[in-house]
Design a protein around this ligand. Structure first.
Ligand SMILES: Nc1ncnc2c1ncn2[C@@H]1O[C@H](COP(=O)(O)OP(=O)(O)OP(=O)(O)O)[C@@H](O)[C@H]1O
Ligand SMILES: [Mg+2]
Length: 351
């Protein structure tokens, strides 16, 4: 099974429900064959964006293009889009293979060929043995594999997935994340994937777009969003982070919440409202030799690491993650310690 993925463009799309604005100046370019994720809190407009692309929702203004061709006036079935939803949405009275062949039947593909192509899709998701089962005889993960096979059996150039793993437990989600990525590589279609799980977004995506209130706040590869968030919202939403208020600045030094006066390479922080630093970039010192004094307020044991919450001199709590070697004790709460960080690792944020 293969398809040449299409490019997708949202251009200043606006969608309102009465007075409520669900999408506002929503613009995004997705490359051919790219795995793009929309990441955002509940209500941020992710499903609305997918529905607009698929044709389930009419937009107020703006334009959506597939391979450079405006599609907003094209009916859903002409848009060549496969979809997988959070609820399995399998046809309850069709067995597995007849669920998968449905989109081919709709498109008038001859029976024998539809059968052959459906079996191939079923093999890809490794459910060949279950071809004759009914949906109610499948586990959640199996249902979602069938839904996936059905969405790609007609080799669409675009595949949309709206929280497809949302109803599954963590372990199964992690397995299926890897599978989905693998299938997409095999097929080559362009994917837009929706999730509010930032871990999932970081794992799966070639690029991800963080959404808030119907707009894209930042778009880029996972490493870039993790290392260089531009706003406080993205810094807090993608991965664990420490957000420190910039309390004052003068040439060569800044005053930061939790750290006090910091000098050195601080030019990038002078005009910022906030700075962020990842917990894994904070080094805990077991004696007073570090630049910043603190006490331990909380310790959470993760096996391969320990997450500490440090209470800084001004009371600000700073989270630090320390890799752990076998036999190493977790520090007791209340221990006076100190910590260091590299000023260059502080990321400047807009408010
Ligand atoms: N048919 C509708 N009528 C009125 N408001 C709607 C309608 N559909 C969605 N909305 C509103 O638009 C906003 C965006 O909804 P949308 O479903 O796109 O969010 P989402 O990002 O997919 O959220 P979730 O993660 O909860 O699925 C929400 O505030 C929602 O209440
Ligand atoms: Mg949604």
């Amino acid at each position: 099974m293969s398809s040449t993925g299409a490019t997708i463009d949202f251009r200043s799309v606006r969608k309102t429900y009465g007075k409520f604005v669900a999408l506002e100046s929503f613009s995004m370019h997705v490359k051919r064959g790219e795995f793009m994720t929309l990441l955002g809190a509940s209500g941020s407009g992710k499903t609305t964006a997918l529905n607009a692309l698929a044709g389930f929702t009419e937009i107020d203004s703006g334009e959506i293009l597939i391979d450079g061709v405006p599609i907003t006036r094209l009916p859903t079935e002409k848009r060549d889009i496969g979809m997988v939803f959070q609820s399995y949405s399998l046809f309850p009275h069709r067995n597995v293979i007849r669920n998968i062949s449905f989109p081919l039947e709709m498109r008038g593909v001859p029976r024998a060929e539809a059968r052959r192509r459906s079996e191939k899709a079923l093999q890809m998701v490794r459910l060949d043995a279950l071809a004759n089962r009914m949906p109610h005889e499948l586990s959640g993960g199996q249902k979602q594999r069938v839904a996936f096979a059905r969405a790609v059996v007609f080799e669409p150039r675009v595949l949309l997935m709206d929280e497809p793993l949302g109803a599954l437990d963590l372990k199964l989600r992690e397995t299926l994340q890897l599978e989905i990525k693998d299938y997409q590589r095999q097929i080559g279609c362009t994917v837009i994937y929706v999730t509010h799980d930032q871990g999932e977004a970081l794992t799966l995506s070639d690029r991800l777009a963080v959404m808030d209130k119907g707009q894209v706040l930042q778009i880029g590869p996972p490493e870039e969003l993790y290392d260089k968030p531009q706003s406080r919202f993205v810094a807090e939403f993608v991965g664990a982070n420490n957000i420190l208020k910039v309390e004052g600045a003068e040439p060569g030094s800044v005053m930061l919440e939790g750290l006090g006066r910091v000098s050195g390479h601080v030019a990038h922080l002078i005009a910022a409202s906030f700075a962020s630093i990842r917990p894994e970039l904070i080094q805990i010192r077991r004696e007073a030799s570090g630049a910043h004094r603190a006490t331990l307020a909380e310790a959470v044991f993760f096996g391969n690491s320990v997450r500490y919450v440090l209470r800084a001199a001004d009371g600000k709590e700073i989270s630090a993650i320390e890799p752990r070697r076998p036999g190493q004790d977790v520090l007791p709460l209340g221990t006076p310690i100190s910590f260091d960080l590299d000023v260059a690792d502080l990321v400047a944020l807009k408010g």
